[in-house]
Design a protein around this ligand. Sequence first.
Ligand SMILES: Cc1cc2nc3c(=O)[nH]c(=O)nc-3n(C[C@H](O)[C@H](O)[C@H](O)COP(=O)(O)O)c2cc1C
Length: 205
Amino acid sequence: MKVLLINGSPHANESTYTALHEMEKVFEENGIETQLIHIGKDAVRGCIACGSCRKTGKCAFDDAVNASAEAFRECDGIVVGSPVYYASANATLVAFLDRLFYSTGFDKTMKVGASVVSARRGGLSATFDELNKYFTISGMPVASSQYWNSIHGNNAGEAVQDGEGMQIMRTLARNMAFLMKSIALGKEAYGLPEKEERIGTNFIR
Ligand SMILES: Cc1cc2nc3c(=O)[nH]c(=O)nc-3n(C[C@H](O)[C@H](O)[C@H](O)COP(=O)(O)O)c2cc1C
């Protein structure tokens, strides 16, 4: 059983990482393997809607997105972490997630998703909602905690002092571990839910 954690901050070891690392420790205690991908400071371009992934199953831009696709396919759960920039997710992370979710054709049903956000002060719950949208369009159950998953701080030294934020991360990881294990049992007992052929209606009339 494996969880993929994405650090969407340009900083490898600051606030967002502090939240993700608190979760990593709980996953490991629960016997769940973790892989952390740091998107970093390189330019990640946005989706250009070329449709090439529909034919090839991978993004036309061969960068961190394609490099992460296999880890996403293999994982049972994914945690996406972002710093809040202007009450929104970091633009580099948004470009990464748009292309990762759109270009990977594999079925994501019942992979568990969770998002965590870090900020100095404001815009946390708007960013949290924004990130959860990737899961809720993909048949992915969303793990939750005792509060919306956020941590306050401008850097790791401040984030670690947010006792409530750190507890939220531990509770989230425990809930997520339970959900992933329960889903694994459910898949064995019942299989995945039946899928209808997809209906696509564009609102042109
Ligand atoms: C461009 C930019 C915009 C930001 N916008 C906000 C904001 O809207 N609200 C806020 O509380 N903090 C804002 N911050 C501060 C970051 O959210 C905060 O420092 C965060 O903890 C950084 O996470 P990191 O240490 O993992 O990079 C902003 C920082 C930058 C660089």
